[in-house]
Design a protein around this ligand. Structure first.
Ligand code: CDP
Length: 232
């Protein structure tokens, strides 16, 4: 069947399971997957490594902006672990960008309009040929306002913190539920209240509350929505 190629935008709160859904959908339908959050995380890692964060955890905004041209982000397609890896100036930083230090600074970095416009331009380039699934906070509202399928994912902060804690512990990180919960809630706050492209549901997005859903149910739900649009 030669269905039309579309853009799928999956937005939602932190740790809502967007990335897992987006990655799995892309794999099943043979689309490219782009994790836009990984790009904000890579910029944050660059800032941490280059002394662009003050001791009081504020960002040295002007300095970071002046160094943006030095930051090159790319992806290496999924290898044996089945996960796409993020590269910062050619270095595989997939593990580092997921740690708590980066998680704690990423939302303050992501409020900076210059950071956003640079990353949004890159994201839009990825979508030029369609056939892409991208997840993030502003994909359906700013990056691809014309995406054919938009999903907005939510679940309670407690449920999201539990899921993220499980994931981090599996990866061998030493974190507590309280630490993860506080990070989830704080990122929600910053992401929803920032001036440029705050996290919000696009008016034409379909809402998915996956708090009570198993991963299989969630995928079935998403595949059905995808098929409805591509078969039109
Ligand atoms: O995986 P998780 O939901 O924890 O977050 P993420 O998708 O890796 O995104 C990390 C952070 O990057 C978010 O909390 C936002 O502050 C920022 N972000 C954004 O501002 N816009 C996007 N399109 C994606 C992420």
């Amino acid at each position: 069947m030669d269905n039309k190629k579309i853009i799928v935008a999956i937005d939602g709160y932190s740790s809502s399971g967007k990335s897992t859904m987006a990655r799995e959908l892309a794999k099943r339908v043979g689309y490219v997957y782009v994790d836009s959050g990984a790009m904000y995380r890579a910029v944050t890692l660059f800032a941490l490594r280059n002394n662009l964060i003050n001791p009081d955890k504020t960002v040295k905004v002007a300095e970071l902006i002046s160094r943006l041209p030095e930051i090159h982000i790319s992806f290496r397609s999924a290898g044996e672990d089945g996960v796409q890896h993020t590269l910062l100036n050619g270095e595989d930083v997939e593990k580092e960008i997921r740690d708590m230090q980066v998680s704690n600074m990423v939302s303050p970095v992501a409020v900076i309009p210059e950071v956003r416009s640079r990353l949004v331009a890159m994201q839009q380039e990825y979508g030029e040929e369609k056939g892409i699934v991208m997840d993030g906070r502003d994909i359906g509202t700013t990056v691809f306002p014309n995406a054919e399928l938009k999903i907005f994912v939510c679940a309670s902060p407690e449920e999201r913190a539990r899921r993220r804690l499980r994931e981090m512990i599996q990866k061998g990180e030493k974190v507590t539920y309280d630490e993860v919960y506080r990070n989830v809630v704080e990122r929600d706050r910053i992401d929803t209240t920032r001036e440029v492209s705050p996290l919000r549901k696009a008016s034409d997005a379909i809402e998915l509350d996956n708090g009570e859903m198993t991963p299989v149910q969630q995928m079935d739900w998403l595949i059905e929505k995808f098929q409805n649009v591509t078969a039109e």
